[in-house]
Design a protein around this ligand. Structure first.
Ligand code: SF4
Length: 195
């Protein structure tokens, strides 16, 4: 049985369960140029500490966890403005077409609520490439989907082998683990075996 799941791994799970398994269970990590750029940008955010921005308090690199969900990890930033707590996740790329960043952010919000006893009604994702902040409402639907993701990720973490590659090639095109995963080759082999 797994102990606490890293919050960042929920992002991987939502993007692709096979990617989650390869990274979390298999320990795979492919450092290509976009990954390196993201690591560098995160380093700048991850300096830690608390600063003032006008009336707001900006907490950087905040460690969060939930004993109820058994997830833990760092929020890049938690803003405190007029009593409202807002987790902000920094992403190096452009706004994605998938919900993986939303799930990661929502997990941070759920942890923040559990740690502080205060409601978190929204969060934000800051995309470095487009320099845009996307506001995300922490809706009941997003909460339920995030909690389901936690449950399914824990179950998959116990699996002895990875799930099959996605059928949706659009995600594979942007996936740094494509050279390790070999989705086309694996799909081809599986279809030959099924004949
Ligand atoms: S290449 Fe595709 S199937 Fe393989 S891990 Fe990445 S997204 Fe998943």
């Amino acid at each position: 049985m797994q102990d606490y799941l890293p919050i960042s791994m929920l992002n991987q799970w939502e993007y692709c369960p096979r990617r989650f398994w390869l990274m979390y269970v298999g320990g795979e990590m492919e450092v290509n140029a976009p990954v390196l750029e993201g690591m560098y940008q995160h380093e700048r955010v991850h300096a830690g500490g608390v600063t003032h921005e006008g009336e707001a308090l900006i907490h950087r690199r905040v460690y969060l966890w939930s004993d109820r969900l058994r997830v833990a990890g760092f929020a890049d930033v938690v803003e405190e403005r007029e009593g409202e707590l807002v987790p902000v996740e920094h992403k190096h790329g452009r706004m994605g077409r998938w919900l993986n960043d939303h799930i990661q952010l929502c997990a941070q919000a759920l942890c923040l609520e559990e740690r502080t006893g205060r409601p978190v009604v929204r969060g934000a994702i800051f995309y470095w490439k487009s320099r845009r902040r996307l506001w995300v409402e922490i809706t009941p639907e997003l909460r339920a989907r995030t909690e389901a993701a936690v449950e399914q990720a824990f179950a998959l973490a116990e699996a002895p082998t990875p799930p099959p590659p996605l059928e949706r090639a659009a995600r594979c095109r942007d996936c740094s683990l494509e050279p390790v995963c070999l989705p086309r080759q694996v799909r081809r082999l599986r279809s030959l075996e099924e004949r």
